[in-house]
Write a protein that binds this ligand. Structure first.
Ligand code: NAG
Ligand code: NAG
Ligand code: NAG
Length: 383
């Protein structure tokens, strides 16, 4: 008689057919063997039930988890595949440690697709998501998406949305506090778990793309520098926020300011999440009115890797109205002329050459701007 080992995986797929087979096979077998089979059967059915529960309520598939626990990686693909779900129970210490793994051989022994990780730092809802959906459409394989929200927020995107199940485990964020940088590092660390993410763009729920995907991809991929805003500003809102207690790690002439909305390559992303040297200094000595999200990454990266920084941001914002917050644009601001000015009326440096294409993204846009943006996105942005 042929005996077949019933594994947990098989048992979980179709417990009823197994039970039929076991009943037929069990005639004439010692009772102890029958006991073993029944044990496997019970485990199998148990996992099926847990699995159905998880799929329904958590949207994850426990079978995959079990497979990856029990199966040894038998091909390179098993080693480099990103996690099948964004949800995990790692705390920041565990996550950052795992995300800081770096291959020491620079050449990849396989064809690696290089993706841009779009990381949305939000309170919860993404009111402009229909515009982003339009922007991403047709560019699958060249991007990935990560969304950080308030921890209690549960996004409700349909299964066909590019934002479906793109939430990462999140924590409370306070404006201008270190918890803001923590959230940015958390986004980076989650995105680093996918080895094909090569560039990392931080965005908010009020950001929009100003160009079509192919132009944005090419601009970022061909740049020799990462777009981290970093400048030395005299006066109270720049050098005035520096605290001498940061010595010797940070001196006043190393102190930088820059927009929070950055683009970083993989190397800089790892530098940011692995940092233990500057973090305690900024956490302790840069509190409001020192807004740490405007200083920590720009200063740290300027000290460590100045040659990799473009020192400017890709995200347009209008501070001309003054105050602590930039201007918000609503439906009355949405005109072809408005975007033509943002897209063309500037001069900056790209790979050491002057260019008028300085901004790929813009903020801040109110939800009531969505309708006009959507209807005219081809004309305004080419998507
Ligand atoms: C989620 O979206 C569906 C359809 O889009 C809607 O019927 C449902 O009420 C929403 N649930 C919540 C909690 O918003
Ligand atoms: C950015 O600034 C650093 C010094 O702060 C400088 O070394 C670097 O060359 C600048 N990058 C570019 C592209 O000019
Ligand atoms: C946007 O599109 C609508 C209809 O397609 C058109 O009537 C309107 O003039 C456009 N708005 C702008 C600012 O071009």
């Amino acid at each position: 008689m042929q005996l077949r080992l019933v594994t947990i995986d098989e048992g979980s797929k179709d417990p009823t057919s197994n039970s039929v087979r076991i009943m037929n096979q069990s005639r004439g077998l010692p009772m102890r063997l029958l006991g073993f089979f029944l044990l496997f059967l019970v485990i199998g059915v148990g996992f099926s039930i847990i699995n159905m529960f998880k799929i329904r309520y958590l949207g994850t598939n426990i079978v995959q988890g079990i497979k990856s626990c029990f199966r040894e990686a038998d091909s390179l693909k098993d080693w480099i595949e990103p996690p099948s779900t964004y949800m995990h129970t790692l705390d920041d210490g565990e996550l950052f440690w795992r995300a800081s793994f770096v291959p020491q051989i620079k050449e990849y022994p396989f064809k690696r697709s290089r993706k841009i990780a779009f990381m949305f730092l939000t309170r919860g809802p993404l009111p402009l998501s229909p515009l982003w959906e339009k922007f991403f459409r047709g560019n699958e394989g060249y991007y990935s998406i990560y969304v950080h929200t308030m921890p209690s927020y549960r996004a409700n995107f349909s299964t066909t949305s590019v934002f479906y199940q793109k939430q990462v485990p999140s924590q409370v964020v306070e404006w201008g506090m270190m918890s803001m940088c923590d959230a940015e590092r958390r986004l980076l660390a989650n995105a680093l778990l996918d080895i094909s993410n090569e560039w990392f763009v931080l965005l908010s729920e009020a950001c929009i793309p100003l160009q079509n995907f192919k132009i944005i991809y090419r601009y970022i991929a061909r740049s020799r520098f990462s777009f981290m805003g970093a400048f030395d500003e005299p006066g109270p809102y720049g050098r005035g926020r520096y605290d001498e207690n940061m010595l010797p790690e940070v001196s006043i002439d190393q102190w930088r300011k820059g927009s929070q909305w950055f683009e970083a390559n993989r190397q800089l992303a790892i530098d940011i999440i692995k940092d233990l040297k500057y973090y305690p200094k900024f956490e302790q000595f840069c509190k409001p009115a020192c807004y740490v999200d405007e200083h920590y990454f720009p200063t740290m990266l300027t000290i460590q890797s100045p040659h990799l920084l473009a020192n400017r941001t890709l995200t347009y914002v209008d501070w001309s109205r003054g105050g602590a917050h930039p201007a918000t644009f609503g439906k009355n601001d949405i005109t072809a002329d408005f975007f033509r000015k943002i897209q063309q009326d500037h001069t900056c440096v790209y790979n050491n050459q002057p260019t008028s294409v300085c901004y790929l993204f813009a903020r801040k846009f109110a939800p009531n701007a969505l309708d006009l943006l959507l209807r005219n996105s081809t004309q305004f942005f080419g998507y």
